[in-house]
Design a protein around this ligand. Structure first.
Ligand SMILES: NC(=O)c1ccc[n+]([C@@H]2O[C@H](COP(=O)([O-])OP(=O)(O)OC[C@H]3O[C@@H](n4cnc5c(N)ncnc54)[C@H](OP(=O)(O)O)[C@@H]3O)[C@@H](O)[C@H]2O)c1
Length: 430
């Protein structure tokens, strides 16, 4: 058999330790698929004394991850430290400059610096692989870039954050509020102590930026992604969604429009009958729509040591085999320069939930605002009566422009009879 592929891993946390474990336990399967053994020979982490539940004897240890890139006995560098800058970025830049292929699981770094890093990888003629960066164990990068390469992709949408999907699922199943479910998820280790990357939609936006670049063959453009999280979703909205035949999911959606590429992460009302509406708990899913293939959906575990290691090692197998694809699917001179379109130009249907004082004329005031802004209503729902008290009212609109809807929301929120901040959720076609 050919010489083993020699791998250096920087970062020995959840993912790094998972990669070591997989390469040991599945060594023969991996070697058969790679055409040669894949052997980790050097590692880097901060704390050498920490027990990682896996023996590190015989592996060269580097305090400084950047030194891995300079180790002449290493063929490939795996970056699983994390963070959009700092040591992760320095390591990847050093490895590419040394002409070494890189495998990373780091969506934050790819979203922010992916365009420059991909250009550098292309200049050096080496792979920059990142299957694990989006949707963990789901092979969505390969599916979009290679399996669907013959298609013009029109839309890609996904449940890209397992923490948010878990929280929304538990809120629905148990009728509980966001804050209590988040606290419980933190106790169970499904949510970080600082949950903002997850629950404010940033992690999903990083992944969507990468998916949009692949789907539409253009450099990654994270700044253009519109981002909203799930903190404002209440048990009441989830219950109304159910009554109306929807589920609330945090989706990342990138769509080709006549004006350019729309990319957005926000809670969505999705028809209960849509396959993606049934993806629950910590699971992720990605739906891609291509002009010849139609709709394809992939579902699986988006995080965790095993699924993420599965994706990292798949990339290592490609490298061992010498399989090589440009980072965004096409060489830089063949990339598209389709502009990103702002959220204000989005057109769609909306769910609007208000708490209003139950007295005559209130609904007329609200509908007058909508009429003035050209927003047409599809239906309205009011549950219970409680004269003089607060009651919820739900309005569903026909397709309308985001800018008008935002202005309507502002004017409605300012009405004396509207008691809390209204909740606005976009209705996403299945
Ligand atoms: N966890 C998942 O399920 C998952 C899924 C998909 C993608 N990812 C991505 O994979 C990457 C790693 O995630 P993770 O969950 O494995 O993180 P983690 O458990 O926090 O591990 C990070 C590792 O990096 C090491 N490290 C930090 N700073 C370092 C430095 N300056 N020099 C050398 N080593 C350093 C840490 O060393 P010490 O152990 O010594 O502190 C630790 O071993 C991130 O980009 C993440 O977004 C994770």
């Amino acid at each position: 058999m050919t010489r083993p592929l020699s791998v250096g891993i920087a970062g020995l946390g959840t993912v790094g330790a998972g990669v070591l474990t997989l390469l040991r336990e599945n060594a023969s399967v991996v070697a058969a698929h790679a055409g040669r053994p894949i052997a980790v020979t050097a590692v880097s982490a901060r704390d050498r004394s920490r027990d990682r539940g896996i023996p590190l004897t015989g592996l060269r240890w580097y305090e400084d991850p950047v030194a891995l890139a300079a180790d002449s006995a290493i063929d490939v560098v795996v970056e699983v430290i994390g963070g959009s800058d700092g040591p992760a970025r320095a390591l990847i830049e050093a490895a590419l400059a040394a002409g070494k292929p890189v495998v990373t699981a780091n969506k934050a770094l790819l979203a922010v610096h992916g365009a420059a890093l991909a250009a550098e990888a292309e200049r050096r003629g080496v792979a920059l692989a990142f299957e694990a960066a989006v949707a963990g164990g789901i092979p969505v990068i390969k599916a979009l870039r290679e399996g669907l390469a013959a298609n013009r992709i029109t839309r890609v949408a996904g449940i890209l954050n397992g923490t948010c999907n878990y929280i929304l699922t538990v809120m629905r199943e148990r009728g509980r509020e966001f804050a209590e479910v988040l606290a419980e998820a933190q106790k169970l280790g499904y949510a970080e102590a600082d949950p903002s990357f997850d629950v404010d939609g940033i992690d999903a936006a990083h992944k969507l930026a990468v998916l949009a670049a692949l789907a539409f063959g253009r450099p990654v453009d994270f700044k253009a992604v519109h981002v909203e999280g799930i903190r404002h979703i209440s048990a009441l909205d989830i219950a109304f969604a159910g009554e109306l035949g929807y589920r609330i999911k945090l989706l990342g959606i990138a769509r080709r429009t006549d004006a350019g590429i729309e990319a957005r992460v926000h809670p969505c009302m999705v028809a209960q009958t849509a396959p993606i509406a049934r993806v629950d708990g910590v699971f992720n899913a990605v739906v891609a729509e291509g002009d010849f293939v139609g709709r394809v959906m992939l579902e699986g575990r988006g995080a965790g040591a095993g699924p993420t290691a599965s994706a990292v090692v798949a990339d290592l197998i490609d490298i061992a085999r010498g399989r090589f694809t440009p980072v965004w699917g096409a060489a830089s001179d063949a990339l598209s320069h389709a502009p990103s379109v702002p959220m204000a130009t989005h057109v769609g249907a909306y769910y609007l939930r208000l708490m209003v004082v139950d007295r005559p004329g209130v609904i007329a005031e609200v509908t007058a605002v909508l009429r003035d802004l050209g927003v047409s209503l599809e239906s309205m729902l009011q549950r219970g009566r409680s004269p003089g008290e607060a009651v919820p009212v739900v309005l569903l609109t026909h397709e309308t422009g985001e800018a008008g809807m935002r202005e309507a929301l502002r004017r409605i929120a300012a009405l004396d009879t509207v008691l809390e901040n209204p909740t606005l959720i976009r209705i996403e076609p299945a």
